[in-house]
Structures are given as structure tokens and as C-alpha cells.
Write a protein that binds this ligand. Sequence first.
Ligand SMILES: *Cc1c(COP(=O)(O)O)cnc(C)c1O
Length: 363
Amino acid sequence: MNRADHKRLFLPGPVEVRPTILQAQAAPMIGHRMPEFAALFARLQTKLKRAFFTQNRVYISGSSGSGLWEGAVRCGIRADRKVLHLVGGAFSERWALVSRANGLRVDCLEVPWGCAHSPDMVAEALEKQAYDAVCAVHNETSTGLTNPIREIGEVVRQQADTLFFVDTVSGFLGTELRVDDWGIDVALTSSQKAFALPPGIAFAAVSDRVLQRAQGIKNRGYYFDFLTLEKSLQKNNTPSTPPIALMYAADAQLDAILTEGMEARWQRHREMRDAAHDWALSRGFGLYAQAGYRSDTVTTVANARGIDVAAMNAFMQRECGIAMDTGYGKIKGKTFRLPHMGDCDMDMLDEVLGGLDAFLESA
Ligand SMILES: *Cc1c(COP(=O)(O)O)cnc(C)c1O
């Protein structure tokens, strides 16, 4: 593709990647059994632990985040026990489907799309039935909702044998997440959302409790087996060939992120969230997610004006060179999303909102 034709991505993944990060991938290749690779792996461990606020190891997977959904449930849930999925949007639904597809016994605690799970609901469910794990989505990208993971974690921790698995694919590095303080046993994420890397690499911070559980489970699969990943991690390595170019990109991006500072990064996202809310409400749109739980990384706009989202996207591509979201799954068109995440800044957001105003005037 011609670079001049590039449409800047204003999508909730993949997001726009800065040129320096794209260039970091072009460094000369190394072999993953060479000492240079172990050094790269060790560097990434140190930085990833800081980013996740954890002392736990962080596995690096040559896959998208969905692979680690599978790894977490296969390593953490025994065949004769059950897993509880907190479901309230497209991604939490799909994670439950993944557990079922792996033959696990699944219960879903459902809330309407756009609503948060309360700690009380989870407490009630855990009183009725023992679960090997609770699976929650931190930031539901379809609905633009952030669940109260810290508070849910407190409830899950009351059950000695229940692990807490959190998908933070679109929350990590854009909104507060503290793995150790919040009692999270698996925190998994992808690269192409608030991390602002190209797609194809995924990360999971995994507790010792998960590895102990995994030892008693026979069929954990191979590619996403945490015990296999652990054996290699002890040697600063991976069992199979890792996405080395993407690891270069992650190394450079983590330097930039840790220099910006985690709190400052979260604050930048909150400011963009506020600007997105102001724009949507002042233009006669609604906000899809429940008040008090609206995401810092993606605003799901309720299309109260009934605009033609395909025409909006076409206008934005033609007039501004920006590719827009048009909503996800069953709320496509009834909503569209403003993904103010990753390295998106207020200037970029202002440009998008200015373009949208021009579209509204022209329509
Ligand atoms: C994008 C997304 C996923 C899927 O991640 P992949 O990297 O595409 O596998 C899962 N959960 C959430 C919340 C997401 O936003």
C-alpha cells in the first residue's frame, strides 16, 4: 500500500501505531536461542511487570489475546468443576464461548449490554456454587464499559479455591489496573489496543496459584499451556518461535510508556474520555454505557440522531483520511465508538470530532 493512501486508524483495535514503533520492528533479526534474545526477553519481563503492577511472571504469546483466553481457562479449570463468566457484551460472551468450546462446564452471570457487574451479584453467585475461576472483562470494548474489577476481586478473594481471570485487552495501559493489589490471577491483554502496537503478540500476568492448579489438570493443550511457557520463561525464552519483531516494538513502546508514567497515561485517557462525552452529549447523541462505569479508553456513542454510520465513515476517510468505527456486533449502527486509546492524543481526538461536526453539517 502506498503510504500516502494510509488512513489513520481511529478504531478500537488495531489502533494507529507511531512510526518509531513500526521502525523498531525493522531491526536485524536474531535467533530465539541466541543470548541476545534472552536479554530482550528479560528486559521485557522487567518492564511488563511494572506495567501490570505485579511480581508475577508475564507470558509472551505469539497470538492475539483470544489465544490467552483459551490458555487461562484450560490451565485453570478442572474438568469436574465449573467456571463463572461475567457476561455483558460481545467480548465477555465470546470468552464464555471459548470455555464451552474447550469442553468446560460454564455458568454465565449475565447483565444487559452496557451495564456493569456489581460485586454483590458476584458474591451472591459464589455463595450458591463453588467455582474454579471467575472470568471477567475489565473493559468491554463493544459497549464502552469498565467493570469494577478491584471490587469484584475483593469478593472473589473470599473464596480460597476460586481464581480470578481478567481480560484487560482494551483496558491495559489506558486505564487503571493493578494486578497484585486487586488479586488478579491472570491478567491477559493484546498488543493492538491501548498498548498501541501492531497486532500479533499477547501478554498474560499469571500467578503461582494458577500454575499450582494447572499441575493437577491433564489436558491443558500445548500452545497456550502455562506450564510449558513457564519452563521456557525460567530460561528467558519461549517454547516455540516468538514474534521477535513485535517484541522489539514492545520493548521500545514500553520505554515510552514508562517514561510517560502510568498515572499520567491513565490521566491522558480520562481527559480524552471527558472530551468525547462532552462532544457526544452536546451534539444530541447519548452514551451507551451505564453512568459511573464509562470507559476511559473507548466511548460507545448511542446513535440517538440516527446518523448513517457507513456514510460517516466514508466522509471521514475521504475528507480527513481517518478510518472510523461503526459499532460492534448487535449494536452496530445503533452505536459507533470513539476509541481514544493508545497513543491517540487530544489533538487527534479534536481532529476527529471536528471532522464529525463537518459530517453532521453536511448530512
Ligand atoms: C479485541 C478484544 C478481544 C480480542 O482480542 P484479540 O487480540 O483480537 O484476540 C478480547 N477482549 C476484548 C475486551 C477486546 O477488546
